[in-house]
Design a protein around this ligand. Structure first.
Ligand code: SAM
Length: 280
């Protein structure tokens, strides 16, 4: 083991470090991602390079992001010999992916792969929504419950704000589960790998309004959509009032007022938020 590798023996819990050590799962992730020599792949949280090691062999360019300074020498030791490798020592949440990729002068086939640090996976998903236009697909490892939540169909109790937000912008496909034994240290929970493909057409007139209405609709999960929307305040409250009140608004888009938010399809949420938009 080289000197730089001795610099970090222990995983940092605070950075969600559960390193993938089972090569079978690395291979499954790589084959799901299928990186090609004319493609750029961004990896969030390169860690000790379990996934990076395979990426540099097949992708045209690898942009590996890692926040932990102690891992930087390890990654440089292992990969600086590869011309297609670039290390970005930064918090992924602070990265403007549009700018980053514009600087690369890369083709449009940019993919993103990550064994995400679970403590910020929701924040990263929301960050990636903003930059979805810069990527052709994401292959992400997340906590199994999070994957179950974001892939839940209408009517499933797991369905929530994040499900609707993700499904509004992506086609989602759960790929496979990963046992805790595949990591070191082993996490307490199972993980799953999911593929997210940005939808080409966008049906949301006002993204902020959409977020607000979905968030309010799921406010209290046991309540009906009608009762949750009655809690609208400020600008949203005014908008609903101007359109004749919650009952009228729900009737106008043919949403059954007795339903709970989890029963609504993504198209219902589009119709609801667009009906309130000034742009409609
Ligand atoms: N890709 C490696 C693997 O599969 O073994 C490491 C995965 S580990 C679950 C998550 C990695 O993300 C860690 O290396 C951690 O330091 C890094 N990380 C945590 N927070 C981050 C952030 N905000 N931005 C970039 N990397 C981060």
């Amino acid at each position: 083991m080289s000197r730089s590798k001795n610099k970090q023996r222990y995983a940092k819990k605070s950075l969600g470090q559960n390193f993938l050590v089972d090569k079978n799962y690395v291979d499954k992730i790589i084959s799901a991602l299928d990186p090609k020599s004319n493609q750029t792949v961004v990896e969030i949280g390169a860690g000790r390079g379990a996934i990076t090691r395979e990426l540099v062999k097949s992708a045209g360019k690898v942009l590996a992001i890692e926040i932990d300074r102690d891992l930087i020498p390890i990654l440089l030791d292992d990969f600086s010999g590869y011309e297609n490798f670039q290390l970005i020592e930064k918090d992924a949440l602070e990265i403007d992916f549009k700018n980053l990729l514009a600087l690369q002068n890369t083709p449009i086939y940019t993919k993103l792969v990550a064994n995400l640090p679970y403590y910020i996976s929701t924040a990263i998903l929301q960050h990636l929504i903003r930059y979805r236009g810069s990527f052709s697909e994401f292959v992400l490892m997340l906590q199994r419950e999070v994957v179950e939540r974001i892939t839940a169909e209408a009517g499933n109790k797991e369905r929530g704000f994040l499900t609707v937000l993700i499904k509004a912008y992506f086609e989602t496909e759960k790929l496979f589960d990963v046992t805790p034994k595949a990591f070191r240290p082993a996490p307490k929970v199972w993980s799953s790998v999911v593929r997210l493909k940005p939808k080409a057409a966008q049906e949301i007139l006002e993204p902020e309004l959409f977020r607000e209405i979905v968030s309010l609709g799921f406010g209290q999960k046991r309540k009906t959509i009608l009762n949750n929307l009655k809690n609208a305040k400020d600008q949203l409250g005014d908008l609903i009032e101007r359109k004749g009140g919650v009952n009228v608004v729900l009737d106008s888009v043919e949403i059954d007022k007795g339903l709970r938010a989890e029963a609504l399809e993504v198209d219902d949420w589009f119709a609801l938020s667009n009906s309130l938009s000034q742009k409609s």
